[in-house]
Design a protein around this ligand. Structure first.
Ligand code: PRP
Length: 184
């Protein structure tokens, strides 16, 4: 019973996810110094689970802040027009900024964020994305760290939702077609 029954198959099991997140944390530890004190910018809502695990693998001094971005348009397809629903609490001028994303699909959200944050004068701007769907890319965006490349399937779990549910699954799964077909 429950959300697990709506998943056709597990794409990335919990242990693989956790091992990869630890690797990403290690790579970030090796990139920054305590003096850099990077600011991790979590892109809500999807990245909150990834950020929570990633931050606990960091030994380097750092801070976290949050942004919420939304794309206009109904349905599952993004129109490419994005707006800020929640902005950072603090200034990033002269700061080392690391954007933490759950998934990069068309690349439009990230392209917008990069452009927007760059105008605020950060000392550096990098991106760590847990998942990337290269087959869906419409805009070329640079990703400094990627956890996994995934096929063009409807993935949920570990922060990723369908209609705001499934974010709490501890693995990445492919949603059964009949679940989202009835919502379109
Ligand atoms: C998802 C994801 C990225 C964006 C990627 O967010 O978290 O921010 O879409 O898509 P793109 O590369 O095509 O722009 P979503 O709009 O689903 O919001 P959520 O994180 O609150 O679920």
């Amino acid at each position: 019973m429950g959300l697990r029954d709506d998943v056709a198959r597990v794409l990335i099991p919990e242990d693989e996810l956790q091992a990869r997140v630890a690797d990403l944390g290690q790579a970030i530890n090796e990139t920054y110094t305590d003096e850099d004190c990077p600011l991790l910018v979590c892109v809500l809502k999807g990245a909150f689970v990834f950020l929570a695990d990633l931050t606990r693998h960091l030994k380097v001094r750092h801070e976290v802040d949050f942004m919420e971005i939304s794309s206009y348009g109904a349905g599952t397809k993004s129109t490419g027009v994005v707006r800020i629903l929640l902005d950072l609490e603090q200034s990033i001028e002269g700061r080392h900024v690391l954007i933490v994303e759950d998934i990069v699909d068309s690349g439009r959200t990230l392209a917008y964020m990069r452009r927007n944050l760059q105008t605020r004068g950060p000392a550096s701007l990098r991106v760590c994305a847990l998942l990337s769907k290269p087959s869906r890319r419409e805009v070329d965006v640079t990703l400094d760290w990627v956890g996994f490349e995934v096929p063009n399937e409807f993935v949920v779990g570990y922060g990723l939702d369908y209609a705001e549910e499934y974010r709490n699954l501890s693995f990445i799964g492919v949603l059964k077609k009949e679940v989202y077909a009835q919502g379109d």
